[in-house]
Ligand binder design. Structure first.
Ligand code: PHE
Length: 341
C-alpha cells in the first residue's frame, strides 16, 4: 500500500505540474482525489491492515492528498495568471496610435430651414407639437369643414387605408389645428411641422410625400392684423429685413377669410427672373382666420375667441433658400448633393 501511494505521488504530482489547461486540471483532480479516484481506491484496502499499521498509513494518505491538492492549486494559479497575461497581450492597445478618422455627417438642408423656422416661432412663444401621419378622415377633412364630396377627399388624391374611407394618410398638417384645439387649454400658440401625403406623380415639383408646417394662434381678440404682422416678421427673419409680402384673397374651407401670402422675389426684387418664373412674386403659404364652425366644432366659443392659422410647404421654402431647382434632390439623399450644404 505504501508503494502504491508512492507510485501515485510520483505520477500524479508531475502530471499535474505539466498540465497546461484548466479543464484538464480539474479532470486530474477527479482522477486522483475523486470519490472513485485512485487515492480512494488505495484507501479501500485500509480494512485489511492491522490496527498498528493503520494510523501510519492514514497519515501517509492524508499527506499525499494534501500534497496533490497543493500541486493542483499551484498549477491552477499559474495557469490563470498565464491566461491573464495572454489576454492582456492580445488586447493591448497602443493609445499613441493616431485614431481612425470619423466621417461626421451634417443636417439635411431641409432640416436646416425647419430648425430656423422653429427657432423663430419658439422665440415668439409658440409651442412645437407633433401629431399622427395616419389620421382619421374626420380630422383631416370633416372637422376642418371639408364636406363629403369635396375634391380634396377624392380617392385619386388621397391615400386611404380602409374601404370605408375613414382612415388615411394626412393630406395636410391642418388636422393638427383640431388636435391642438381639442387638447390644449386656451390661449394656443403652436406650430406643427410634419409629413403629408398626396397621390401625386413624382416630378421636379411634386412628390407623394412632402412636409408642411402648420401654425395657429387662438386667443381673445385675435385678428387678421396679428396674422399679417406675425408672418411678416417671420419672412423678414428668413429672407432679410424689408422683404415685401403680399396677401391675396383665397379660399380654404377651414378659414374665413382666407388668403395666400407671396413674397416679392428676393432674387430680382420683383422685376421677374427665373427664380420667380418671371412673376416677381413667390407664393409661400396659405392662411386665414380659423373658421367659426371649426372653432365651435372643437368646443371653442367663436363669439369669445378667434384665431389665425397658416400652412406652408417646407420643401418649397428650402428650395428657394438654397436655390435647389428639383424637388427630387431633397429626397434622393445623394451624398454629392447633400455635402454641398
Ligand atoms: N392646409 C392648407 C393646404 O394644404 C394650407 C392652410 C393651412 C391654409 C392653414 C389655411 C390655414 O393647402
Amino acid at each position: 500500500m505504501k508503494q502504491q501511494m508512492q507510485a501515485l505521488r510520483a505520477s500524479s504530482i508531475q502530471t499535474i505540474l505539466d498540465c497546461d489547461n484548466a479543464e484538464r486540471l480539474e479532470a486530474l483532480r477527479v482522477k486522483y482525489l475523486g470519490k472513485k479516484g485512485e487515492l480512494t481506491g488505495i484507501l479501500r484496502q485500509m480494512g485489511g491492515l492491522s490496527a498498528e499499521e493503520r494510523p501510519a498509513m492514514g497519515q501517509l494518505a492524508n499527506q499525499l492528498r494534501s500534497d496533490i491538492e497543493a500541486a493542483i492549486e499551484k498549477r491552477k494559479g499559474e495557469l490563470s495568471s498565464a491566461m491573464m497575461e495572454q489576454k492582456l497581450k492580445s488586447e493591448a492597445l497602443d493609445v499613441t496610435l493616431p485614431g481612425e478618422p470619423v466621417h461626421l455627417g451634417h443636417k439635411h438642408p431641409m432640416y436646416n430651414v425647419l430648425d430656423q423656422i422653429k427657432d423663430i416661432f419658439v422665440g415668439m412663444g409658440f409651442e412645437i407639437v407633433d401629431g399622427p401621419e395616419v389620421e382619421l378622415a374626420e380630422y383631416n377633412f370633416t372637422k376642418l369643414n371639408i364636406d363629403e364630396g369635396h375634391p380634396s377627399r377624392d380617392w385619386t388624391d388621397t391615400f386611404y387605408f380602409s374601404e370605408d374611407g375613414k382612415i388615411l394618410l394626412r393630406t395636410q398638417t391642418s388636422p393638427m389645428q383640431v388636435h391642438a384645439m381639442e387638447q390644449k387649454s386656451l390661449p394656443i400658440r403652436m406650430i406643427a411641422p410634419g409629413r403629408v401625403y398626396r397621390k401625386d406623380e413624382v416630378d421636379a415639383t411634386h412628390s407623394p410625400m412632402f412636409h408642411q408646417i402648420e401654425g395657429m394662434v387662438i386667443d381673445k381678440g385675435i385678428t387678421m392684423a396679428d396674422l399679417k404682422a406675425t408672418l411678416n416678421l417671420v419672412v423678414e427673419k428668413i429672407y432679410g429685413e424689408g422683404t415685401v409680402t403680399r396677401f391675396r384673397p383665397h379660399h380654404f374651407p377651414f378659414t374665413e377669410p382666407s388668403c395666400e401670402m407671396d413674397i416679392q422675389c428676393h432674387k430680382c426684387g420683383g422685376k421677374g427672373c427665373p427664380t420667380c418664373k418671371g412673376e416677381g412674386w413667390i407664393e409661400v403659404l396659405g392662411a386665414g382666420m380659423v373658421h367659426p364652425k371649426v372653432l365651435s366644432g372643437c368646443g371653442i366659443d367663436p363669439d369669445v375667441y378667434s384665431g389665425w392659422a397658416f400652412g406652408m410647404g417646407l420643401e418649397r421654402l428650402a428650395m428657394g433658400e438654397y436655390k435647389i431647382n428639383d424637388l427630387r434632390l431633397i429626397f434622393e439623399n445623394d451624398i454629392r448633393f447633400l455635402e454641398q450644404f
